[in-house]
Design a protein around this ligand. Structure first.
Ligand code: ADP
Ligand code: NI
Length: 219
């Protein structure tokens, strides 16, 4: 199978697997991340098959939707990639990226921190989708799915959570902006990622200003 066929088969698999996924973590999230991955990869020296497969498979079984279990996703991805006969080196790198791409893992002080240019590209692309107009829509979609309040002035954001605290946090969705979304701009790795993140960051700030104005009853 050539690379184009491998990618085509992976797209078909992911679309089908995420058929009933929550709106912020569905096939269209993957499609946006895949597109941004290719856009960012153009300016970087990375293996395109590796970043493509990692982008397509990175949320195949998000721990949030599997009782916090972080092993299901990488295992599923590994099994699938074996059926396609993807070379072992590429397969292992893709799995390692999937294990390390998530924001919550950056909150953890692990002894062994994996890094590669390919991980950085996919991580930037995934983080971009948490920002801007789409990022806002995704946050409220997830908040609704998880039964969170929109906002509660009595519950302040917790900006410095450990990974364990982050995973069990049930705060209002507006808090998520201060706990994660507004921190991502300064965590981008690539020039393309930084440029796109800056624009989306400013848009979220404007959105929050308007939100609080309306909350108080002005405008
Ligand atoms: P990752 O899966 O990269 O570790 P998250 O679990 O923080 O990152 O979530 C991915 C997306 O899910 C976020 O960008 C956001 O849109 C949504 N999300 C996750 N947690 C929350 C939350 N507490 N409130 C609102 N949205 C959330
Ligand atoms: Ni994602």
């Amino acid at each position: 199978m050539n690379d184009a066929e491998i990618i085509e088969k992976t797209i078909a698999y992911v679309r089908q697997e995420l058929e009933n996924a929550e709106g912020g973590h569905d096939w269209f999230h993957i499609q946006r991340v895949f597109r941004n991955t290719l856009l960012i990869a153009k300016e970087e020296n990375v293996d395109v098959l590796t970043v493509s497969l990692a982008a397509l498979l990175h949320d195949i079984a998000d721990a949030k939707f599997h009782g916090g279990n972080e092993k299901v996703g990488p295992q599923k991805a590994r099994g699938f990639l074996k059926t396609l006969g993807v070379p072992r080196g590429v397969r292992n790198h893709v799995i390692t990226i999937i294990r390390n791409v998530s924001y919550k893992n950056s909150l953890e002080n692990r002894q062994e921190k994996f890094d590669s240019p390919e991980l950085q590209v996919v991580q930037d692309a995934d983080r971009l989708d948490a920002l801007g107009a789409v990022g806002i829509a995704r946050a409220f979609s997830y908040g609704g799915y998880a039964g969170r309040k929109l906002y509660d002035p009595e519950i302040p954001p917790k900006p410095k959570m450990s990974k364990a605290e982050y995973k069990k946090n049930t705060g209002p969705t507006i808090n998520h902006f201060y706990e994660k979304l507004l921190l991502l701009r300064d965590m981008m790795h690539t020039d393309t990622g930084r440029k796109l993140a800056e624009h989306r960051h400013q848009f979220m700030l404007e959105y929050l200003e308007e939100f609080f104005r309306e909350w108080k009853g002005s405008v």
